[in-house]
Design a binder for this molecule. Sequence first.
Ligand code: TXA
Ligand code: MG
Length: 307
Amino acid sequence: MMEMPIEKQIENAVQTLRAGDLVVFPTETVYGLGADATNANAIAKIFALKNRPSFNPLIVHVASRSMAEELVEFNSVADRLAEKFWAGALTLVLPKKKNCPIPAIASAGLDTLAIRVPAHPIAHKLLTKFGKPIVAPSANISGKISPTEYSHISFKNIPILHGEKCEIGLESTVIDATCELPTILRHGFITEEEVIKTVGELGVVGGKIKSPGMMQKHYSPTLPVRLNITEPKADEAFLAFGNNSYCDAKYVLNLSPSGDLIEAAANLFSMLHELDKPTDFSAIAVMPIPDVGIGKAINDRLMRASV
Ligand code: TXA
Ligand code: MG
């Protein structure tokens, strides 16, 4: 069947959102499962469909900084971060404004909101045409691997805006910018080093989990995942990084043969999806990934996939 032109798909998606239903749309990080951020019933459908714990708050997506200003209070740190990284893969956690129209269910009752301006042209057009904020978690069942390609999305009866493979392939960096010294709540495409360059200094993340979504187990393939493996067992699938020419595993995917961490991040979820198809393998063994730059976000996801 011929696919509808994307403009028409977006128009239909806007109607769906207005009717209080869900749509899946591509962003530069991962595909999102979107709902009208001002409609509590629509938001409840996200939690139900994803089987997402109600204490895990959602990210509010907006088309522009000015749309964000209607929802949250900015401060000088947030100003600098937004100026530098929006539109893009940065999510800022900021205090909700008094008259903020986002219902409590979106932020799981917190008095803060996580907010981002996606750079993806389809996401941007959808937000602009809809004219209102859209809440969107990654478009996967809670705890599973985030979708970075159209083919990964398994929700039935939900319209999907069809984009190319997500360019970044790893979720946004989430920063708590409510205090003077911001803290990174979730490592992502924008690295700690880049954030420090912009704000000068980071605070220390305290003992209390401030980002309720950062549960230990997450991004889980069906097969067990073993980390820091250089010599996989004969019955294991192997996820390599850099030069693995010495390895004689039967099934190998390489995140980046040249050892490029950005390429590895873009391939991570799609290769985990690929390795997780029904096979006779006993586990997925993963080579060590350098823990620098975006490598920190890759190792964070792998650690959660392995527990
Ligand atoms: O790249 C992304 O961020 C993707 C695309 C679709 O935008 N979205 C995404 O959403 O990864 P989700 O729901 O999978 O992750 C949202 C994260 C969770 O770890 C959640 O706990 C945290 O953001 N979060 C949301 N609101 C928060 C808040 N008010 N305070 C602290 N953390 C918050
Ligand atoms: Mg997610």
